[in-house]
Structures are given as C-alpha cells and as structure tokens.
Design a protein around this ligand. Structure first.
Ligand SMILES: [Zn+2]
Length: 311
C-alpha cells in the first residue's frame, strides 16, 4: 500500500536542507551516544519513550544516483503496538512505506503515521528528528507520539477514580513512561489512598455476590474505616475469593507491600518498579472484579432461565 507512493513527495516530512551547523545538537548527542547499543527503527518506535536520542541502525540505505546527488532511502517497517479499538497488540503499518533524502541532508524532522492493520481505524502519529550518520546509522529523537507512549491505563480502572484522580493517575503513567520512578509512585499512591474505599466497596460487592464469608466482609468493612491503605490491609486476615487472586496471591497484600515503602530512602529505579507493580496489580484486580460480577450475572440468568423452563 505505502510502497506504491514511493515517488510522491511526502507532505508529512519537513525536510531541512541546511547541513552541518543545523545538525549540531543532534550530532553532539550522537557522539555522546556512540557507545550505546543501537536499536532497529521498529524497536525505537515501539519501545523508546519521548525526549531521548537513540542510535538506530536500519532506518536508511544508500541509493547511488548517476546524474544527481546520492540519496538515503528511509524504510518504515511494520511495528507492533497496543490498539485501543481492537483492545490488544496489533500490527501497525506506515501510511507511507519509505522516503528519500539527498545525501547532503544531515537532519530531518519526520512525522510518520501508522494505521492498525486489523481495524484500519486506530492511528498512531509520531514526531521525530533524525540525524544521519555516514555509516548507515542515525541518531533518532522522539519529540512525542499520539496516543501517548506505552500501553494505556484501562478505562475500567480510570472510571473507579473519577475524572480528577483519573487525570492524576494518567500523569503517574506518563512519569512511569519517562522513567521518573519517584514521581510515578507518588501520583499512584495518592490516587490509591484517595480511592481506598471505592476499591474496598467494589471488593465487598463482589464478595457478597459470590457468597464470601461474613468474616471477610466484616474485615473489609473494618478496613474501610482505617485512614491509610497500608493500615487498612492489615485488618484483613481472611482470604479473598479465589477469583480475585493473582497467580494464587492476594493482590491486596501485593499492593500493601508496594505502597508501604517510604519514598525518602528508595532508589528511583526501585520506585519505578514499585509504581509499575502497583499499576499492574490494580488493573488486574479491577478486571477480576468485573469478570467475577459478569460471571455471576450470567450464572444467575442461566439459573433463572432453567427455573422458568421447569414451570
Ligand atoms: Zn485496531
């Protein structure tokens, strides 16, 4: 599809023809990153968060021209991204397969657009700067991307937090994407503390529907009265219904362990790992609550259908 358009000038590309001076910032970074292991362009688009230069080794090939200046041909290979419409990882294809630049062009701004191969509806926009090296490599900088980098937070989780705190939680997600561990952790902890009771209410509701023990429900009610999330988890001694366990473990204990660490002493990388764990466990817990409710509703309907038939 995109290959057929090879010779059409790309409206999405802002080509800068000025040479050495213009590429100063990019080449300084290039020198600094020389020892860094280079990525494929696919890896760069899929896995590199905005605001860093990365060496990329397979973005272009030299095309020798007889009557004009040689050129670099850029190839935009397929990538794998999360599609919000298909709700999973899908293959995305560039709306243009390739671009060509004169050899003397040292730096270009690129705006490749990718489309989900399945639904043909979800679109990913990138804003990049490329500083070409002479040896087949380049330094690539990601100004940004829409939708934002990283697998998005599930809507189910965001709904639990309401508008204001959902946007705080998303800021935490952005920090996590940028590798800002302390910041991501602080955002997540604040939102979880604010919505401790909403989370407990959801768990209590599901415990009632699946017929959990009165002991557990009482403990969950008592946990709601505690001020901090960590303290409240300590109130719960009875086991959660099996359907809420993650790999056989109580997700509330996992959240407790992650959230009770102090931000003051932890290394940034540890905060980042804790923040990621909190987000993943929360997401999984909320999904399991919804699944249990759904299964229970289907079961109730099935029983009623059978009972009606008997009459
Ligand atoms: Zn899709």
């Amino acid at each position: 599809m995109a290959e057929a358009e090879n010779d059409v000038p790309n409206e999405d590309v802002l080509e800068e023809t000025s040479t050495v001076a213009a590429s100063e910032d990019a080449s300084t970074e290039a020198a600094a990153n020389k020892s860094e292991q280079s990525l494929s362009f696919k890896e760069f688009l899929e896995g590199t968060h905005p605001s860093v230069f990365k060496p990329v080794h397979d973005l272009w090939e030299k095309k020798v021209r007889v009557h004009t200046e040689d050129e670099r041909e850029l190839t935009f290979s397929d990538i794998r991204l999360h599609c919000r419409i298909c709700e999973g990882e899908r293959t995305f294809r560039a709306t243009r397969g390739s671009d060509e630049y004169r050899w003397s062009t040292r730096k270009v701004n690129l705006h490749p657009i990718y489309l989900c191969g399945d639904c043909q509806n979800e679109t990913k926009y990138y804003a990049l700067q490329v500083a070409f090296g002479d040896d087949g490599g380049s330094q690539v900088y990601k100004f940004g991307e829409i939708p934002a980098f990283g697998i998005p937070v599930s809507n189910r989780l965001l709904r639990l937090f309401g508008n204001e705190d959902a946007s705080l939680f998303l800021k935490g997600r952005q920090c996590e994407n940028l590798g800002y561990g302390v910041a991501a952790f602080a955002y997540y902890r604040r939102v979880v503390e604010n919505h401790k009771n909403d989370l407990f209410n959801e768990i209590i509701k599901v415990c009632r529907t699946v017929g959990a023990s009165a002991e557990l429900i009482n403990e969950l009610e008592a946990a709601k009265r505690e001020i901090s999330f960590s303290k409240s988890i300590e109130k719960i001694k009875a086991g959660l219904p099996e359907g809420l366990l993650i790999d056989g473990h109580n997700p509330l204990n996992a959240l407790h362990n992650a959230l009770s660490v102090g931000l003051h002493n932890e290394a940034d990388e540890d905060c980042l790992s804790d923040a990621q764990a909190v987000r993943l466990v929360l997401g999984e817990l909320v999904d399991r609550i919804a699944l249990l409710k759904q299964e229970n509703r289907e079961l109730t309907n099935a029983v009623q259908r059978l009972l009606a038939k008997k009459k």
